[in-house]
Each structure stands twice: as structure tokens, then as C-alpha cells.
Write a protein that binds this ligand. Structure first.
Ligand code: ADP
Ligand code: ADP
Ligand code: MG
Length: 459
């Protein structure tokens, strides 16, 4: 089955990214949008656009019936869910396929087994992929859970099986904290994801976040090497790079093959990311979760391996085999992505949804800016604050950091406050330059360096 018309069930920069990939493949595009997104760049760029509901995501981008109706009414034969929203909703994937369309992603069954974090842990264990010591499946009895937490050893992480984007996670230092934090994590996850189930993991201190990009067509499976995303605030990534400067070739090989083994174990179809924590000191890595979708930070991998991951996903959904074998995939140079958010770093990253003023986009050699902005655009306050991603690619890490500073300084968005000052300061930090960071590095750094984070008028 080849795809003729693709519906994009998402918004913002990823909708624009998907439209670009579809156009290059000669595929027509249908953009669904909420009333708040009528003047968005994706709506303008797509061949057709259908309004599916009001600003509230629950009534528009998460409204399965409205999205399916738009697909049927426009004669789309495939749906791309992007990331967030319905991307990891197994019932949605099933409904798209039941309606005779291709879901650009894995089957509902694969999402069920890998998208639920507790069952993904079990799948990883069966594929001999090391996991963080923790509970065997979900916890359903608080007393049993407390005994288990004590035997794992505090501090423990309480995590929602349905969690994502850093939500539904708490760290308990002792039994008393456990008793208050577990119900909180459950309530937060129930509200955000409709499922309050929890599991436990040992806290791995001072670890790096390293993840492996994989691709599968149900029969052939490859990895596109790793990304390191250790610079995080509130367990959300703010700066991502590839390759990781922490891995030896030997560990890299073990890590990447374990991700491929996991993909094979579930006959994975589509693009996916296997996330790990990596302990520098012991050289051990531990599986934490698999994201069964395209990820925000996919462009750093595209830069170093020269593969269009979106095009590959769409071709796989159209029934074509992978266009590359493992031997074709070679790493060249170093890439860094920073997330340009509409947030004020000098005011505790408060959201700053304003109007895009006089705009100048960064450019030049080795620079890519994936965004959905234009001069005069009013950023809607209803969705997440990601405005765009600035990606730089150079021969090596040092040159990539220099290029990042140069490219970030070129960006102008009028009076909008963004995370730009944060990246200028980070790119100038000796520890960042030496790559000596871990997932708990950035938060104390922000406390200590708040003076460097005020925006320098109109930057
Ligand atoms: P990535 O590694 O792609 O950044 P994240 O986990 O940070 O992955 O999520 C990317 C986006 O998807 C964020 O906007 C996040 O809020 C959203 N997201 C992730 N998981 C879920 C989920 N289960 N339900 C709803 N939104 C999610
Ligand atoms: P999400 O689905 O929200 O992305 P993850 O399981 O990927 O959740 O975890 C998000 C982040 O939380 C990780 O990148 C890491 O910084 C931290 N984290 C998760 N599990 C652990 C753990 N067991 N020990 C220490 N940090 C962890
Ligand atoms: Mg994660």
C-alpha cells in the first residue's frame, strides 16, 4: 500500500516537519487544527486543513472521533501522530487501522506492550536488556510497596506507568516521604494520562540520559546510534546532542545492540527510541523506557547519520522495507539541539506566550532551525511552550558548541522572552564544554547562575 494523502494529527513545529517530509515524498497533506491554531504555519503549508474543535486539546488534538472524521472526510489514507497528544495512544492506532488507514507508527499492540512502562520493563528483561532495579510490574498494595521500597533501598523513584514528559515521577528519600508522595504521583498521572498505576525504581544518582534511535519495518531492525540528553530541568530535556561524549566504542556497541535486540523481540515497526540511564563510573547502563514515536530531538540523529527519519517512518507505514542496512549507517561529526521555548529563564521559566516581533532566523553552514514562527504570529497560550529547535552540526563537539553560540546569537524574535539566554550561558560553561554533566547537573547550576539568564534586550 502506498500512501497518497497523509493527515497530520498534531501541531506546532512537528506538524511543519511532517508536512515537509510528506511533500518531498510527493504525498498530499491534511492538517487538522484547533480554533486557536487557525492562523498556524502548518495550516498554511498543508494542502488541506480541517478544524476539529476548540482550543482545549482534550476537545481537539486529543479528540479521536474528530480526527478520524477529518481523515475520512478528506480521503486521507494515513495518519501521522507526531509526538505527545495521541502518539502513544494504542486505541487510536487501532482505530486508524480499523478505518482502513495506515498509522505512521507501530501497531496498537506494540504501543500497549512498550508504551506502558511497567510492561516495557518486563519486555526489556526478557530481551536481556538491563533494567533499573525496582518493582516487578505495577504496585497495587501500599504496604507491599513500602516493604519493597525498603528492600530496593532509599531513595526510590515512584513512576507512573503511563507517564511522559517528566510528569508522574516522585523521589522518596524515606518511608514517610514514600507514604505521602506515592498517592501524589498516582493522582498526577491519573489526571494527566488517565491512568494512575505506579511502579518503583531505584534512584540512579549522577547518571547520564543516553538513548538509542531505532528503526524497524517488522522484519529488519537497525539503530542510528545514540543521543545524550543529560541537560534536563524538571526531568525535561533542554539540550540534546549526538554522539554522547561519555561512551567508549565498546559500551556504545553494547548499548546500541541491546536496543536493536529489544526492537527485534517485539518485531517493532516504525521509528522508536530506547532510553537508558548510564553510570559513567561503573560503565553500566539501565533501560528506563521506550518511546514508540518520533522524538522531539530526532534532528540531531538526522544530522550525524544523514537519514531523514520522518521520510523513513512514512515509507515504512506505506509498506516499504527499510531503505538502509546497519552497515550503511555511519556517524559523521557532532550535532547539538537546543529547545527554544517561550519561557522567561530570568523568571523561573514562566511561560511567555506573546507575539513574535521583528524576526530573524539563524542560518549559515551546519545550522537547522525547525520552528513554526513568523513575524506577527501570536503564540497561543494553550499548548506546550516549545517554539522551535535550533540544531547545529560540525566536525566535532568543540566546533559544534562554537557554532551553537554563533547561531543562537543570530535569532531575533522581537520582545518575546525565550530560553536563548540559557543556551548562550550553557555553551560558555566549562563543565558543559568538557561534557562533564549528568541529569541532576542543570538544576543546581540554574540556582547558581541566575544572574546570567536575563534576556539581553531583543536578543
Ligand atoms: P521527547 O524525548 O520526545 O522529548 P518527552 O517525553 O519529553 O519526549 O515528550 C515529548 C512531548 O510529548 C512533550 O511535549 C510531552 O509533554 C509530550 N508527552 C510525552 N508523553 C506523553 C503522554 N504519555 N501523554 C501526553 N503527552 C506526552
Ligand atoms: P518520561 O516518560 O517522563 O520521559 P523517563 O522514565 O524517561 O520518564 O524519565 C525521565 C527522566 O527522569 C530521565 O531522563 C532521568 O533524568 C530521570 N529518571 C528516570 N528514572 C530514573 C531513575 N531510576 N533514577 C534516576 N533518575 C531517573
Ligand atoms: Mg523519557
Amino acid at each position: 500500500m502506498s500512501i497518497n494523502k497523509l493527515l497530520i494529527a498534531n501541531r506546532g513545529e512537528i506538524a511543519v516537519r511532517i508536512i515537509r517530509a510528506a511533500k518531498e515524498l510527493g504525498i498530499k497533506t491534511v492538517q487538522v487544527y484547533s480554533a486557536a491554531d487557525a492562523s498556524s504555519l502548518a495550516v498554511e503549508m498543508a494542502d488541506e486543513a480541517v478544524e476539529i474543535g476548540p482550543a482545549s486539546a482534550a476537545k481537539s488534538y486529543l479528540n479521536v472521533e474528530a480526527v478520524l472524521k477529518a481523515a475520512k472526510d478528506t480521503g486521507a489514507d494515513a495518519v501521522h501522530p507526531g509526538y505527545g497528544f495521541l502518539a502513544e495512544n494504542a486505541n487510536f492506532a487501532d482505530a486508524v487501522e480499523a478505518a482502513g488507514m495506515a498509522f505512521v507508527g507501530p501497531t496498537g499492540e506494540m504501543i500497549r506492550s512498550m508504551g506502558d512502562k511497567a510492561s516495557a520493563r518486563r519486555a526489556a528483561q526478557s530481551a536481556n536488556v538491563p533494567t533499573v532495579p525496582g518493582s516487578d510490574g505495577v504496585i497495587d498494595d501500599m504496604e507491599v510497596a513500602q516493604t519493597l521500597a525498603a528492600s530496593i533501598g532509599y531513595p526510590v523513584m515512584i513512576k507512573a506507568t503511563a507517564g511522559g514528559g517528566g510528569r508522574g515521577i516522585r523521589v522518596a528519600e524515606n518511608a514517610e516521604e514514600f507514604a505521602t508522595l506515592a498517592p501524589q504521583a498516582s493522582t498526577e498521572a491519573k489526571a494527566a494520562f488517565g491512568d494512575g498505576s505506579l511502579y518503583l525504581e531505584k534512584l540512579i544518582d549522577d547518571a547520564r540520559h543516553i538513548e538509542v534511535q531505532i528503526l524497524g519495518d517488522g522484519q529488519n531492525f537497525v539503530h542510528c546510534y545514540e543521543r545524550e540528553c543529560s541537560l534536563q530541568r524538571r526531568r525535561q530535556k533542554v539540550w540534546e546532542e549526538a554522539p554522547s561524549s561519555a561512551l567508549t566504542d565498546e559500551v556504545r556497541e553494547k548499548l546500541c545492540s541491546s536496543a536493536v535486540a529489544l526492537a527485534k523481540a517485539v518485531n517493532y515497526r516504525g521509528a522508536g527510541t530506547v532510553e537508558y540511564l548510564y553510570d559513567d563510573k561503573s560503565g553500566e547502563f539501565y533501560f528506563i523506557e521506550m518511546n514508540t514515536r518520533i522524538q522531539v530531538e530526532h534532528p540531531v540523529t538526522e544530522a550525524i547519520v544523514g537519514i531523514d527519519l520522518l521520510a523513513e517512518m512514512i515509507r515504512i507505514a506505506g509498506g516499504e522495507p527499510l531503505s538502509v542496512t546497519q552497515n550503511d549507517i555511519v556517524v559523521r561529526g557532532h550535532a547539538i539541539e537546543v529547545r527554544i521555548n517561550a519561557e522567561d529563564p530570568s523568571n523561573n521559566f514562566a511561560p511567555f506566550p506573546g507575539i513574535v516581533g521583528e524576526m530573524r532566523a539563524p542560518g549559515g553552514p551546519g545550522v537547522r532551525f525547525d520552528h513554526f514562527l513568523y513575524q506577527g504570529y501570536q503564540i497561543p497560550p494553550f499548548y506546550d511552550s516549545l517554539l522551535g529547535k535550533l540544531i547545529v552540526h560540525a566536525d566535532n563537539r568543540e566546533a559544534a558548541i562554537t557554532r551553537l553560540t554563533r547561531a543562537v546569537s543570530e535569532l531575533k524574535l522581537g520582545d518575546l522572552k525565550t530560553t536563548v539566554p540559557l543556551f548562550l550561558a550553557l555553551a560558555d560553561d566549562p563543565e558543559v564544554k568538557s561534557g562533564n554533566v549528568h541529569t541532576k547537573w542543570l538544576e543546581p547550576w540554574l540556582e547558581a547562575n541566575s544572574n546570567k539568564l536575563s534576556s539581553k534586550g531583543g536578543l
